[in-house]
Design a protein around this ligand. Structure first.
Ligand code: NAP
Length: 211
C-alpha cells in the first residue's frame, strides 16, 4: 500500500502536487505536514514548523510511525534583500527550512526500509548560479544540489531526487516580481513533477521547464 508524505503540501506547488496525487490515486494513504493544523477526517496531517527543533523532531517521529513509501519535501524560503541588511536569524531560518530540515529528513528516511523514494524541491534559478538579494536561500538550494547529487553517487538502494522548478506563480513570488520573468503555473509544474516521480527510469534531477 502506497503512503505518501507531502512536507509543505498545504499551499503552493506542494498543494498542487497533493491535489493531483489524490485525484490520480484515490486509494493511496496521504499525509501533509504544515505549520497550520489541517483538520480533515480523510487526511493524516502533522503540524510542524521546520525552523523549530522540537517540531522537526515531531516530524521525524511522525515519519517513523506513519512509515511512508514516498516523501516529498516542498517547504522553502528565505529573506529577500541585501545579505548584510537582513538579520542573522532570518538567514538561519532560510538555511534551517530550505536546507538543514530536508537534509535531516533524508538522512532519517534513508535508514527506514519502508521509504523507497524521497524527492526534495530545489530551484533551477538559485541552485546553480548567483541569486542577488537571496543569498541564504541561494546557498540552501546550492546545498541541496550538492547533497542530492552526492547521494546519487554514494547509494543505489533508495530513489533520492531533486526537482528544480523555474519561477512559479505562487505566494513566494509576489505579482510585482513576476513582470520581467518567465513564470509557470504551478498546476502544470505539478503534472510534470508527478509524471517524473512515477517514471522509474528518469534521472534523479529534473529541471522545469525542461532544458
Ligand atoms: N515560487 C517560485 O518561483 C519558486 C521557484 C523555484 C523554486 N521554488 C521552490 O518551490 C518550493 C515550494 O514553494 P512555493 O513556490 O510553492 O511557495 P509557497 O507557496 O510560498 O509555499 C511555501 C511552502 O513552504 C512551507 N513552509 C514555509 N516555511 C515553513 C516552515 N517554517 N515550516 C514548515 N513549512 C514551511 C509552507 O507551508 P505552510 O505555510 O503550510 O506551513 C508552504 O508549503 C520551495 O522549496 C521553493 O523554494 C519556488
Amino acid at each position: 500500500m502506497e503512503k505518501v508524505l507531502f512536507v509543505g503540501g498545504r499551499r503552493g506547488l506542494g498543494a498542487q502536487v497533493f491535489k493531483l496525487w489524490q485525484t490520480r490515486f484515490p486509494k493511496h494513504s496521504l499525509a501533509i505536514s504544515s505549520r497550520r493544523a489541517m483538520a480533515s477526517a480523510s487526511l493524516m496531517s502533522i503540524k510542524s514548523d521546520l525552523s523549530q527543533q522540537d517540531d522537526r523532531e515531531k516530524l521525524l517521529q511522525f515519519v517513523r510511525e506513519y512509515k511512508p513509501t514516498r516523501v516529498f519535501y516542498f517547504a522553502g524560503g528565505g529573506p529577500y534583500g541585501a545579505f548584510a541588511d537582513k538579520e542573522w536569524k532570518d538567514h538561519l531560518w532560510a538555511l534551517q527550512v530550505s536546507l538543514l530540515a530536508p537534509m535531516e529528513l533524508v538522512h532519517h528516511c534513508m535508514k527506514l526500509p519502508e521509504v523507497k523514494q524521497m524527492v526534495v524541491v530545489g530551484s533551477a534559478v538559485a541552485e546553480s548560479k548567483a541569486d542577488p538579494n537571496a543569498a541564504s536561500y541561494c546557498a540552501s538550494k546550492h546545498g541541496l544540489l550538492g547533497l542530492i547529487s552526492t547521494l546519487n553517487r554514494e547509494t543505489t538502494t533508495k530513489d533520492i531526487r531533486l526537482f528544480s522548478p523555474g519561477y512559479m506563480a505562487t505566494e513566494m513570488l509576489p505579482a510585482s516580481a513576476r513582470a520581467d520573468k518567465k513564470v509557470s503555473d504551478p498546476q502544470f509544474v505539478a503534472i510534470d513533477f508527478v509524471n517524473w516521480v512515477l517514471d522509474k527510469e528518469a534521472s534523479w534531477h529534473r529541471l522545469y521547464p525542461p532544458d
